[in-house]
Design a protein around this ligand. Structure first.
Ligand code: GAR
Length: 208
């Protein structure tokens, strides 16, 4: 039986689009995206889901007094949809431990830096690239990792690096990392998970 995938989004959804396109090419082996869940109703990612015929849902952060309340509501929704794999694809809310307990080693996140660099609370979206440029690193990239209770701290599935060029702006670096790293790594990792080929051993993920 194909693994049922939910993709959680907050914004533009280019990583969601990469997953949808990979699915269209038959590259998500053993899995199917059955739901897209947005943390805000204006997320353009919902439009991408609609265009691909994938049901969209909204669980607004602002509708709950705390991140915990929102997390519990999300877990209920994902359980009701019988989800096997949760993918955080540009999801900008830090979820509480209820999520990880409900889906142990079954949540993947894509982060736009080489973890542990430029990661953790406050490191999201364009800020990550601003920090990388301010630090003066010569390489940056993206990481796909399992989500644990520590923000950006779970076992690493895959990483890919690109060069940082002298005239890079945060936007230019972000685009290079998306195109060359994120949009490739995330569909590959999702497909490996759905084939049962990711084995977590402590902090290490073995690809079978
Ligand atoms: C992506 O670069 C993703 O890695 C990053 O936000 C962007 C979302 O773009 N995620 C984080 O920073 C999470 N900590 P998208 O909506 O076009 O996929």
């Amino acid at each position: 039986m194909a693994k049922r995938i939910a993709v959680l989004v907050s914004g533009g959804g280019t990583n969601l689009q990469a997953l949808i396109d990979a699915q269209g090419r038959g590259e998500i082996v053993g899995g199917e995206i059955v739901a897209v869940v947005a943390s805000n109703p204006e997320a353009y990612a919902l439009e991408r889901a609609r265009a691909a015929g994938i049901p969209g849902y909204v669980v607004r952060r602002k509708a709950y007094p705390s991140a915990r309340g929102m997390t519990v509501a999300l877990v209920e929704l994902l359980r009701s949809l019988d989800i096997d794999l949760v993918v955080l694809a540009g999801f900008m809310v830090i979820l509480t431990e209820e999520m990880v307990r409900a889906f142990p080693n079954a949540i993947l996140n894509v982060h736009p830096a080489l973890i542990p660099a430029f990661s953790g609370p406050g490191c999201y979206g364009l800020h990550v690239h601003e920090k990388a440029l301010a630090y003066g690193v010569k390489l940056s990239g993206a990481t796909v990792h399992f989500v644990s209770e520590e923000c950006d701290g779970g076992p690493i599935v895959s990483q890919r690096a690109v060069e940082v060029l002298p005239d890079d702006t945060p936007e230019v670096l972000q685009r290079r990392i998306m195109e060359q790293c994120e949009w490739k790594l995330l569909p590959e990792a999702v497909s490996l998970f759905c084939q049962g080929r990711l084995k977590v051993e402590g902090r290490t993920v073995r690809v079978l």
